[in-house]
Design a protein around this ligand. Structure first.
Ligand code: NAG
Ligand code: NAG
Ligand code: NAG
Ligand code: NAG
Length: 299
């Protein structure tokens, strides 16, 4: 082999080596193919993961009351944060530090003060009651939330779990991992809503995930009114034109239903109890007709 071809071979190997390292360091390399692209313009960053095209540059706001954005995992928290950032340009915070989210559109992860619009949490109301002055409670039917969360644990923020993941058993157990997961998650789902609706001293705005999907504009406006944040018509149009974002899981038609009849019964009963809690909350706080409309159609 000539000296020249040896040199070319060595150079190729070096380039290949670095390409592999860069690929492995990229946190989203496994799920790139599944990015949801419809109606949405990506700018590709150097590592190939899309960065979000914002309606306006994200910024902090002047300090104000700290508002929690509460939800059970899998209830659309990230999507609502995305919509709020699109329509206001103000960053949303979180009590967590999700490095993936931080590098892909949510730079204020781990910011929990009044300089962000809302602060994401999946936890019960803090004992230190001064931490949050008000709260937005995002409620999704536990069936959909639990399935979305199971998908997230298996495939990241935007994929779906394979069928086999619903049959798997950790060997010493009689029940499948999925059955245990549903039972555990449902208990957590109900207690999260119950604790906030009965123990939190501040004002709570209930937002139903299904309503947010169906009537995105009016739902967003109601949240902005609650936050005392004014936006222009153009801000709203831009946010709605970009409503899909990159973090919504592509809905895949599954050829089987992972929920059993017993699960359906338990899910619906828990959902009914939370619907009653919401109705009681609205009654107790004399919520206006609009608000009641917002909470009434929990189905
Ligand atoms: C989160 O913020 C707190 C206080 O601002 C800081 O002490 C902590 O190191 C941060 N956590 C991470 C993981 O960056
Ligand atoms: C919005 O304004 C009202 C009336 O001034 C106030 O009571 C409420 O605390 C404010 N809410 C937030 C989240 O700032
Ligand atoms: C709602 O309030 C009614 C009447 O006060 C009470 O009987 C019922 O138990 C409450 N529901 C829940 C789920 O707390
Ligand atoms: C709700 O309205 C009733 C009667 O109009 C009043 O007695 C009560 O104090 C009000 N409660 C709140 C929390 O505003």
């Amino acid at each position: 082999m000539s000296r020249r071809s040896l040199f070319l071979l060595a150079a190729t190997l070096v380039v290949l080596h670095f390409t592999i390292i860069v690929f492995m360091l990229s946190p989203l390399h496994g799920s790139r193919r599944t990015f949801y692209t419809s109606g949405y313009h990506h700018r590709y960053s150097m590592r190939g993961a899309p960065s979000v095209a914002w309606c306006k540059d994200l910024h902090f706001k002047p300090p104000g009351p700290v508002v929690a954005l509460i939800s059970h995992p899998g209830s659309g928290n990230t999507w609502l944060r995305y919509l709020l950032q699109q329509v206001t340009g103000v960053m949303t915070g979180s009590i967590y530090m999700d490095y993936g989210l931080r590098t892909h559109g949510f730079p204020a992860e781990n910011v929990t003060d009044g300089t962000v619009l809302v602060v994401k949490t999946h936890e019960a109301p803090p004992v230190d009651s001064d931490k949050f002055q008000a709260a937005v409670l995002l409620i999704r039917h536990p069936k959909d939330a639990i399935l979305a969360e199971y998908n997230r644990l298996h495939k990241g923020h935007i994929g779906t779990a394979p069928k086999s993941a619903f049959k798997r058993k950790s060997h010493e157990h009689r029940m499948t991992d999925w059955v245990k997961f549903v039972s555990y998650q449902l208990t957590a789902w109900e207690s999260l809503h119950e604790l906030w609706l009965t123990r939190f001293p501040g004002r709570i705005l209930v937002v139903l995930y299904d309503t947010l999907v169906r009537d995105t504009g009016p739902s967003l406006q109601r949240i902005l009114d609650f936050l005392n944040h004014t936006v222009t018509k153009d801000d709203m149009s831009c946010a709605l034109a970009n409503r899909e974002g990159i973090y919504r899981r592509r809905k895949k038609l599954q050829d089987f239903d992972p929920f059993t009849a017993d699960m359906y019964q338990a899910l619906d009963r828990a959902h009914g109890r939370v619907r009653d809690l919401v109705a009681n909350y609205s009654r107790k706080h004399n919520l206006t007709q609009t608000r009641l409309e917002n909470v009434a159609p929990l189905k």
